[in-house]
Design a protein around this ligand. Structure first.
Ligand code: SF4
Length: 318
């Protein structure tokens, strides 16, 4: 990947090995530091250190108080850093508005996204789960930005989904938003047709209808609608049955030029993929080979064939 086009990812600083946790430790993720660093550039943030809590510091947790979620000291509920954390998130706007994604540390009352424990006011019972205060503010300000928790990235399908979303979001901003035109929007949609279909066929049709409405000079509303629907579409994990459907669709075009032997080979590989015997990389490798032989321009440009750098090997595991 060209360095100037490397996606820029915000990360909880402790995940990069920075010793910023309340106890002076870190939560280094080798997936980030060894594998994804190869294709992404990281920008680290530790909100608790940034608001002056120091290292080491008193741990905090989320409680419900007066109908509000507050981040307070685990042992000293008078220590309330909710407003400082929210204020820090707001102050970062200029530094994070260019980001193509964000990986947060799970379970943290500041950085967690999905299942941070929420306690009752006295702190003796868990009454629900919430996003951490800082993460919630970042997500509120950037509802379309791909977000994930580091722990969930150990699941191959979630990792693949996050990388797809990040790379697509980056390309969307570069290829369309940087200098929008109806032609660019429609070219983008053409290139992503099969990838979107693999993630959510109905949304792919909806996105096509939105792109078709684009008219020069009045694109703001269409772009906003397209971006929101695009990221919602990709947030659906591409299921094996949808991949099978897309592979079958693409191969309909290619069958016209395949020999009888190639058709048998393709059908056998597709059947094995459908039944979960082989991973997605197997039919895709064959498909790319057939595509390059036909020199079909529409197929050759499809993001589905190569949505992110292939050396990440993510399609070996799904
Ligand atoms: S989870 Fe967030 S607040 Fe906690 S140490 Fe890591 S970066 Fe800092």
């Amino acid at each position: 990947m060209d360095n100037s086009k490397r996606p820029q990812i915000g990360v909880s600083a402790c995940l990069l090995g920075e010793q910023v946790r309340f106890d002076g430790g870190h939560k280094k993720s080798s997936l980030l530091t060894d594998r994804l660093r190869d294709v992404f550039d990281f920008q680290a943030f530790c909100p608790e250190v940034a608001i002056g809590m120091g290292i080491p510091r008193r741990p905090i947790r989320l409680i419900e108080r007066g109908g509000q979620v507050r981040a307070v000291g685990s042992k000293d509920a008078d220590l309330d850093v909710t407003d400082k954390l929210a204020g820090y998130a707001a102050s970062l706007e200029a530094k994070i508005s260019h980001l193509d994604g964000y990986v947060f540390m799970q379970k943290s009352p500041s950085c967690g996204v999905f299942r941070v424990k929420l306690y009752n006011e006295s702190g003796d019972a868990v009454i629900g789960v919430r996003a951490g205060v800082f993460a919630a503010k970042v997500m509120q300000a950037h509802p379309n930005m791909p977000i994930e928790e580091a722990g969930r990235l150990n699941e191959p399908a979630l990792l693949e989904n996050f990388v797809v979303r990040v790379c697509c979001y980056r390309e969307w901003k570069e290829q369309v938003l940087a200098a929008p035109s109806p032609d660019k929007l429609q070219a983008f949609h053409r290139r992503y047709k099969y990838l979107l279909m693999a993630h959510h066929p109905q949304d792919q049709i909806l996105l096509g209808n939105i792109a078709a409405q684009a008219r020069a000079g009045s694109m703001k509303g269409v772009l906003e609608q397209y971006e929101t629907s695009l990221m919602r579409c990709l947030a659906h994990r591409a299921q094996r049955k949808n991949h099978f459907h897309v592979l079958t669709n693409i191969s309909k075009v290619l069958r016209k030029t395949m020999s009888a032997w190639q058709k048998r080979e393709w059908d056998a590989v597709l059947t094995d993929y459908r039944h979960g015997v082989i991973p997605l990389v197997a039919p895709l490798t064959l498909l790319k080979h057939y595509c390059s032989a036909t020199q079909d321009g529409f197929l050759a440009e499809q993001a589905y064939l190569q949505p992110y750098p292939s050396h990440l090997g993510l399609r070996n595991a799904i």
